[in-house]
Write a protein that binds this ligand. Structure first.
Ligand code: ATP
Length: 368
């Protein structure tokens, strides 16, 4: 179903503060979806409205066609995994997972088989008798997920699920969460401020900025075709150039005049007219560095610059390159060095180049 969870023109204010401002979006049944944005963008408020802890001032929330806007949390087909896991410290893992079913007075056999099945799913069967304090952070989180899933909610909300874990465990749990999601097939909605987390956990992401929805798309679309400077700079690193549209050329390419740099040819996304001011975005890893000017004619945009700073990261190196007033970030995969590219030293004069298809026109009105 394409619109399994529907957020329909939802707004919520706290006094003068508009936490969520007229947000509409749909999540598919069984999808892993993320609400992503910086601190204060309203993602937690949106999550709390889906869970039922907060009531919207305006708008509706539907699950499987049912309007749940006015239902209390316990009557919604929704459950939440909280950031701090909220486990009962005095109960065993097994009892923690059984708690919700016990409260709703399910038959003993149903509780037993449901809890066993969930502990098996999160691979904690052999730790069933332990207390939460005897578990690692990742294991505790898996208990919290099992406890939230055992009542078979139609939507599982996960609030910053990896924030409490260290880097190695976080990377491991990203994979683990994907496996759990695949096995249960429940609709998962993550809330996170971490773009890498959102990209690795979900098939689509809603990017929020100051309570408003900026863009909803698959991770690769957000990265490759951000519609605003905000999305472009929130999802990965980006070079921005302010310019003016010049003449249109064949196949939808557009020449853009960038003062102090030149006139690169880029893909126009159709919404641009001649002489219009605009912003051009190029990802650092799309920029090649060579000693000589690239010779493939018109199809390559090439500019000269001087390497100002270098940072080595093992798998890749980043360079800050000065070209007049412009400071440009380029990123080189080590594996590309064999393809004619160079690894310049600080102070070296280089050619930066990118293919017209790698330049994106984004809206000018948003400050990067
Ligand atoms: P964070 O990642 O820091 O939790 P967030 O993106 O989840 O941020 P929200 O917690 O939804 O953002 O908050 C959105 C805005 O609403 C913020 O300006 C916040 O201060 C405000 N806000 C949220 N909850 C309340 C509340 N209960 N009372 C007053 N203001 C609130």
């Amino acid at each position: 179903m394409d619109d399994f969870l529907v957020i329909d023109h939802v707004s919520k204010s706290f006094g003068p503060q508009r936490a969520v401002d007229d947000v509409s979006l749909s999540v598919r049944q069984g999808e892993a979806f993320s609400l992503l944005g910086p601190s204060g963008c309203g993602k937690t408020t949106l999550l709390r409205m889906i869970a039922g802890f907060e009531r919207p001032d305006r708008g509706r929330i539907l699950v499987a066609g049912q309007d749940i806007t006015a239902l209390p949390p316990e009557q919604r087909p929704v459950n939440t995994v909280f950031q701090n896991y909220a486990l009962f410290p005095h109960m065993s893992v097994w009892e923690n997972v059984a708690f919700g079913l016990r409260m709703s007075r399910r038959p003993r056999e149903e509780i037993r088989s449901g809890v066993d099945r969930m502990l098996d799913l999160v691979r904690l069967s052999e730790h069933a008798r332990k207390r939460p304090a005897q578990l690692s952070g990742g294991q505790r989180q898996r208990v919290a997920i099992a406890r939230a899933l055992v009542k078979r909610p139609q939507v599982l909300l996960l609030d910053e699920p990896l924030a409490a874990l260290d880097l190695k465990l976080r990377q491991h749990m990203q994979m683990e969460l994907n496996t759990i999601h695949e096995q249960v097939g429940t609709t998962f909605i993550y809330v996170t401020h971490d773009q890498g987390e959102a990209m690795s956990l979900s098939s689509r992401i809603a990017v929020l900025n100051s309570g408003r929805l900026e863009q909803v798309d698959a991770p690769a679309s957000l990265y490759e075709n951000p519609r605003s400077s905000f999305v472009a700079s929130f999802i990965g690193d980006a070079n921005f150039f302010t310019g003016v549209a010049q003449e249109f050329q064949h196949e939808g390419y557009l020449r853009v005049l960038i003062e102090g740099l030149g006139s690169p040819l880029v893909q126009s996304n159709g919404a641009v007219s001649a002489n219009q001011p605009l912003r051009l975005m190029v990802r650092p890893e799309k920029i090649s560095l060579t000693l000589a000017r690239p010779s493939s004619g018109d199809r390559v945009n090439a500019f000269r610059g001087i390497v100002e700073d270098i940072a080595y990261f093992g798998s890749h190196t980043r360079y800050r390159i000065r070209a007049g007033e412009h400071s440009i970030l380029a990123q080189l995969q080590r594996s590309r060095l064999s393809g004619g590219e160079i690894d310049p030293a600080r102070g070296a004069e280089v050619w930066m180049s990118f293919h017209p298809d790698e330049g994106r026109v984004v809206r000018l009105e948003d400050a990067a």
